[in-house]
Design a protein around this ligand. Sequence first.
Ligand code: NAD
Length: 553
Amino acid sequence: MPKANPRHPKFPIPGGPELRARGWRQEALLRLLENVLSVGEDPGNLIVYAALGKAARSWAAHNGIVKALTEMEEDQTLLIQSGKPIGLVKTHAKAPLVIMANCNIVGQWAKAEVFYELQRKGLICWGGLTAGAWQYIGSQGVIQGTYEIFMRIAERRFGGDLAGRFVLTAGLGGMGGAQPLAGRMAGAAILCVDIDPERARKRQQIGYLQEIAPDLDTALEMIDAAVKDKRALSVGLVGNAAEVYPEIARRGIVPDIVTDQTSAHDLVYGYVPKGMSLDQVRELREDGQGQLMAASRASIVDHVTAMLDFQKRGSEVFDNGNLIRTQAKEGGVSNAFDIPIFTEAYLRPLFARAIGPFRWMALSGEESDIARIDDLLLEMFPDNKIITNWIRLAREHVPFEGLPARIAWLGHGERTMLARRVNALVVTGEMKGPVAFSRDHLDAGAMAHPNIMTERMKDGSDAIADWPLIDAMMLCSSMADLVVVHSGGGGYAGYMTSCGVTVIADGTEAADERLDHALTNDTALGVMRYADAGYEEALDEVMKKDVPYIRLG
Ligand code: NAD
């Protein structure tokens, strides 16, 4: 039985033992599509997160996908082009059930303006990373990444934790909403600015944000008191970051850590310029895109200038993956890239070993399935501090949204081992239902994004998109259930290409084979990508784990 969804009553949370499709694999993908809408930001408009990241191109396309997933046999493959089903072809039972290509525009045309025009004509939609691929799990999807960043900074600069430290950030949307909880889990007093009171309320309602301050003075007093008591606290503030950051700087306050996760990548549908109400912005989105782009960029210039000011005065400042530096540079802030990107600054040694944001969703809808997998992880990897620390924290602090799910940063071999053990538990009935395994597209072999994931690669291969394409083709040959290639839409047009994958552990022998091939090959490619770029960690992983990398010379 689906469960009621208080946040979006028209989008119940899937679950239960009954199948509407002709097999669990098809049913699983149907539930994942339903799930991304149930946890999405604006499901009535099919929007899941990141301003414009959609689950399907239109409601007609959505309904066509649902019909195909419900009626298709196991030896067929559903083809999806930018969120619209275009065919159901005969393949074989080991082929993917769904393959997708979303928002891939030929190089010279891949610009925000061209994307908006194609979108207006109904010819394209952006899938975000995990929205169009039905892999989004709500704010939990990036929470461990954000937490690990905070902990890396804590280790480097603050003696191991963030107790008594002030973190300033902005953006309480789908992904940015993970920040207050990640900050609190790291022990910090974290202030999160968002222009939209509704977003702040949502994050408070689902347990990611503790307090909402009525004004800046009160917010700073609350933070100050928590810093003095070394008490973890998350405070939301409704305001425009392009005004609030410069005002905090003007008062001479220097936060310990400063970042931002507004949808700065999209000057039309994401970022809200200062001095404009949300209603004004919504109107301009329809018929004043040029004006809105100029106003957003001007505000981002002020926003990033304040971030650079904090950096000069000693704050640890980083770009949290929203293209804010790129937008500022185009607006004339020549030194915007003095701010480092989080991947290169903190997480690259993990990605070089293909350790990245792996995740799983309990298709039964039962939280006990996730609890059982949490136990399993602790049993299987007792010496892996990243995993054991994370699982203990996540259990205590991370509330479930939609289908119960868990994210954990696992690497080559580890993901496969876990998934196959879970598949065995589905067979014995210890799981209440099948489990879907997936990962973020921001993963070692899966993404080319020269201003985010692959910035300043050791060998200069930042902009080469062969890796995600090889990943996708390899995953189709490795029996994955769903494989997707995404490129950027809106402000990300021309900036990225990524690959996504989902494999269903339905307790069958075939699933065991699928999980083994797809998950092992996916992380093997991740190690190869970094080994090929000359990263020592990756070369070490090749030796330790016998990764079949061909090293020339
Ligand atoms: P979202 O569109 O759901 O939320 C963006 C939020 O920013 C909204 O709540 C909006 O009200 C707020 N906002 C916009 N302009 C503002 C301003 N000037 N001042 C204050 N608040 C403002 O987007 P999301 O899913 O939270 O993603 C945010 C950004 O992070 C996107 O650019 C996305 O691509 C990026 N992202 C990064 C990672 C990563 O791995 N680091 C992962 C996912 C998303």
